[in-house]
Design a protein around this ligand. Sequence first.
Ligand SMILES: Nc1ncnc2c1ncn2[C@@H]1O[C@H](COP(=O)(O)OP(=O)(O)OP(=O)(O)O)[C@@H](O)[C@H]1O
Ligand SMILES: Nc1ccn([C@@H]2O[C@H](COP(=O)(O)O)[C@@H](O)[C@H]2O)c(=O)n1
Length: 216
Amino acid sequence: MSGSLIIAVDGPAASGKGTIASRLAAHYGLPYLDTGLLYRAVGRGVIAARGSLEDAGLAEEVARALNAEAVVASDDLTGRGAGEAASRVAGHPGVRAALLDLQRAFAAQPGGAVLDGRDIGTVIAPDAAAKLFVTASPEVRARRRWLQLTSRGEAIAFDEMLEDILRRDARDAGRGAAPMVQAADAVLLDTSDLDIEAAFDAARRIVEAARVRSGV
Ligand SMILES: Nc1ncnc2c1ncn2[C@@H]1O[C@H](COP(=O)(O)OP(=O)(O)OP(=O)(O)O)[C@@H](O)[C@H]1O
Ligand SMILES: Nc1ccn([C@@H]2O[C@H](COP(=O)(O)O)[C@@H](O)[C@H]2O)c(=O)n1
């Protein structure tokens, strides 16, 4: 098989899509982009400028000035506050438009790429050879995120984490601009009862089936 293997991995917060996407990228020797980092960086930029996250013009300005390489190399965007800020600026159509070309260019690299986010299979790479929509129950996702954050010292109660997750789901799925939705041709992968190894295995099988179908 030959050609460009674009793998689109979408899904809600803390479903494990990033874990799966980065492992697929390593497995197939493809470059990987966690597109959530871009929105997190925009949220952080607006806060750093002492602006309001509801200020669509400022958020778009920050998005247009983003240095994607610096964002990807940054290690301080994974906290709880950055996720919340990201989901608020991600609803501005101008922000999404400003980040479109760089994501599409990443996906279009020779050989292919793996991208994860909320709109990869629907907007960024609608022709991707393989599309996965990774999910898990809100309680399982909240537990995973709670473990991740508390293990590195962020103090948060489990109930608050669950509220965060539910609020973010509602905002991401309910916005007008590129809402989080499973693409019609994406395969649903529910990882609620799967450990990381089993989830990766299931994802790899989905990609292999897509490769056979598409000849990539
Ligand atoms: N199948 C799984 N079983 C148990 N823990 C998992 C599983 N998949 C991922 N995790 C853990 O859950 C946490 C969240 O995973 P990950 O960052 O991959 O989720 P995500 O969907 O990419 O989240 P985000 O919304 O930040 O993009 C991490 O600590 C990860 O190690
Ligand atoms: N393609 C994407 C990726 C992310 N978002 C928004 O950013 C928030 C943070 O994303 P994480 O994957 O790092 O959790 C997320 O809640 C979305 O609002 C997006 O809109 N599109």
